[in-house]
Design a protein around this ligand. Structure first.
Ligand code: MEV
Length: 440
């Protein structure tokens, strides 16, 4: 049985590593060596990583790849992607190249509104609460002026605050539901600071409101927090071309391909089991760019999946149609992103990724991210509806298997040559390696 530890966060980094190594690993020295192998040799960079979180013992690397040739609204970009899954960057690059000769990606930011809520309990007359809110509403704006001043200079701020009666869901449950414009910042700190001030104003003003009884004056604020569900912060990405223009190596009959592709999207629109996997493919692209640009992929994931369920059934985020001989494929997703604040100015690779994208505004970043999602979805559906996914996937995965078996250069050449012509499966590769290694 392992032991509990007191005051762990106060130990030095080496002390923490030694404790973990002794507590959990039979090969203590081996574990310490692995942990330290991933330390950055540049002390300044390592210190930066150490201080991102508590109890850092090492760095957990995932590759940063790039997908070039993205023609977006008439301009070429290279998109940085941080992801461990073998085929994702290759698929994005393939889609980018495919669409670069067919008009490219078109994107539009539909809206950029963020949301935050103060959840509170009010035991009393609801109409009195409504009157109180109407009479004190301006105070919520004036009392947050010191927080909103800078954001207003950048063209953002609090858009509106509305009182929501939620007593049909929970007894005595109400909300202040506020909407915000946060320009190039994701806005979490700004929104949460405003909300905490709203909560203070709410409680203080209620205490001195003459029409309230003593019980009504005792408003209980449960919590004040932004919402990661942002259904009015939407970006759209689209590709389209005449059906005949779809033809290429794997698309011999473009009409049949377009029809099957549309059918595949329709299945994801109506069938949740398929929709989840379909959207997972979209998130392969979205998360990779969100991560590379230092944004919060958990927030993005939560918000997007909620959006995919907004009509009561989990459904596809992308759509496709054929009209008048034109194939159109598009995606609409909520994305609350930032290009200033947070990790964006701290992490050198995040700064580099943003510079590669020519230091986009948050709105521009929303467009890159949506395009990466659509490109990924296109690549997945193209494979699924033509050659099947395993062909490309396993070819990309081959390297992982070779690394797992520590294949040497000579073996790699022979194995890659063989599997250029043959179906790659884990067992087929293992058999081939074992055969190669059999003593003659
Ligand atoms: C794998 O990471 C993603 C796919 O399963 C997506 C899809 O099925 O559409 C290939």
């Amino acid at each position: 049985m392992n032991n509990a530890v007191a005051g762990f966060s106060k130990l030095s980094k080496d002390e923490k590593i030694n404790w973990i190594a002794k507590e959990y690993f039979s090969n203590t020295e081996g574990a310490i060596a692995i942990i330290k192998n991933y330390w950055n040799t540049n002390d300044k960079i390592q210190k930066l990583h150490d201080e991102f979180i508590e109890n850092t013992i090492s760095n957990f690397y995932i590759p940063l790849g790039v997908a070039p040739n993205f023609l977006i609204n008439g301009k070429f970009s290279t998109i940085p992607m941080a992801i461990e899954e073998s085929s994702v960057v290759a698929a994005a690059a393939k889609s980018a190249k495919f669409w670069s000769t067919r008009g490219g990606f078109k994107t539009t930011v539909i809206n950029t509104e963020k949301i935050g809520q103060v959840h509170f309990i009010f035991k009393g007359d609801e109409s009195k609460l409504a009157l109180f809110f109407a009479q004190t509403k301006t105070k919520f704006f004036t009392q947050t002026e010191s927080i909103t001043k800078n954001m207003q200079k950048r063209g953002g701020g609090i858009l509106d605050i509305v009182l929501h009666d939620k007593t049909f869901l929970l007894p005595h449950y109400f909300q202040l539901h506020a909407t915000f414009e946060t320009k190039d910042s994701m806005g979490a700190n700004f929104i949460n600071s405003c909300l905490e001030q709203f909560a203070k104003t709410l409680k203080e003003e209620a205490l001195t409101y003459d029409l309230f009884s003593d019980e009504e004056k005792g408003i209980e604020v449960v919590m004040s927090i932004l919402s990661n569900y942002v259904p009015n912060c939407i970006v759209r990405a689209e590709v389209s071309c005449p059906i005949e223009a779809l033809s290429e190596k794997h698309i011999i009959d473009p009409k049949a391909f377009a029809e099957r592709f549309v059918r595949a999207v329709q299945i994801a629109e109506v069938e949740p089991f398929r929709a989840v996997t379909h959207n997972k493919g979209i998130m392969n692209g979205i998360d990779a760019v969100v991560l590379a640009t230092g944004n919060d992929f958990r927030a993005v994931e939560a918000g997007i999946h909620a959006y995919a369920s907004r009509n009561g059934t989990y459904s596809s985020l992308s759509h496709a149609k054929i009209e008048n001989g034109i194939f159109t494929f598009w995606l609409e997703v909520p994305l609350a992103l930032g290009t200033v604040g947070g990790l964006t100015s701290l992490h050198p690779l995040v700064k580099l990724s943003l510079e590669m994208l020519e230091n986009p505004s948050a709105k521009e970043l929303m467009q890159f991210v949506a395009v990466a999602g659509l490109a990924q979805n296109f690549a997945a559906l193209r494979s699924l509806t033509t050659t099947g996914i395993q062909d490309g996937h396993m070819k990309m995965h081959l390297n992982n298997i070779l690394n797992q078996f520590e294949a040497n250069e000579e073996e790699r050449v022979l194995i890659k040559k063989h599997f250029k012509e043959n179906v790659v499966s884990h067992s087929a590769v293992v058999d081939f390696i074992e055969n190669l290694r059999k003593p003659i």
